[in-house]
Design a protein around this ligand. Structure first.
Ligand code: GTS
Length: 201
């Protein structure tokens, strides 16, 4: 039997948080190797484990997977969170252009088809991050509020919200300092999916 997936990153959200969310939603237990220093990252890189000398890296099914989107796509497909066919899979990208209309118009519980998918997990994660910045961000969007309540109540998501889970808190000063040290950042941006700026350094 294959072992648990092993996630390599630092002890913060960054690009790995979406992977943690997706594995949690799939009900998959995983292990984490957390870097504390630039040397930790260099050693892994020198050992030939990092395809692009970058993390996130996830060891899963005998592979050392790099590139966040590829990792997410693999996990979603493996655990049936990717839409059941090509038509549902293409809806995923379309809905992120028109999430609100999608929820309003099709009258179903989930964004794609009528079952939980990667799209729902991604949206919930984004909603929660936006609310961390502005707590009343959903006040004019009742469908998004309903969506958030519905998906948050799923047992695996409830478990992910419990203290002690792999879910990471918002970046604080200490976490930023650690990331800067590991990745030798002087100045730059943490990006999510190359589009949503999480924090400016
Ligand atoms: N396109 C890659 C992905 O999406 O996974 C980018 C990965 C990336 O830039 N990783 C950074 C890294 O390993 C860390 S972080 O931005 O995710 O925090 N940097 C080290 C380096 O030497 O590039």
């Amino acid at each position: 039997m294959a072992g648990k997936p092993r996630l390599y990153y630092f002890d913060g959200r960054g690009r790995m948080e979406a992977v943690r969310w997706l594995l949690a939603a799939a009900g998959v237990e995983f292990e984490e190797v957390l870097f504390e220093t630039a040397e930790d990252l260099q050693n892994l890189s020198k050992g030939g484990k990092l395809m692009y000398k970058q993390v996130p890296m996830v060891e899963i099914d005998g592979m050392k997977m790099a590139q966040t989107r590829a990792i997410l796509r693999y996990i979603a497909a493996k655990y049936s969170l990717y839409g059941k066919d090509l038509k549902e899979q293409v809806l995923y990208s379309n809905h992120f252009l028109h999430v609100y209309n999608a929820l309003k118009d099709h009258g179903k519980n989930y964004l794609v088809g009528n079952q939980l998918s990667w799209a729902d997990i991604h949206l919930l994660e984004l909603i929660l991050m936006v609310e961390e910045c502005k707590s009343d961000a959903l006040s004019a969007f009742p469908k998004l509020q309903e969506f958030k309540t519905r998906v948050s109540k799923l047992p695996r998501i409830q478990k992910f919200f419990q203290p002690g889970s792999a879910r990471r808190p918002p970046m604080d000063e200490a976490c930023l300092k650690a990331a800067k040290k590991i990745f030798k950042l002087e100045k730059g941006l943490f990006l999510k999916y190359s589009s949503t700026i999480l924090v400016e350094l």
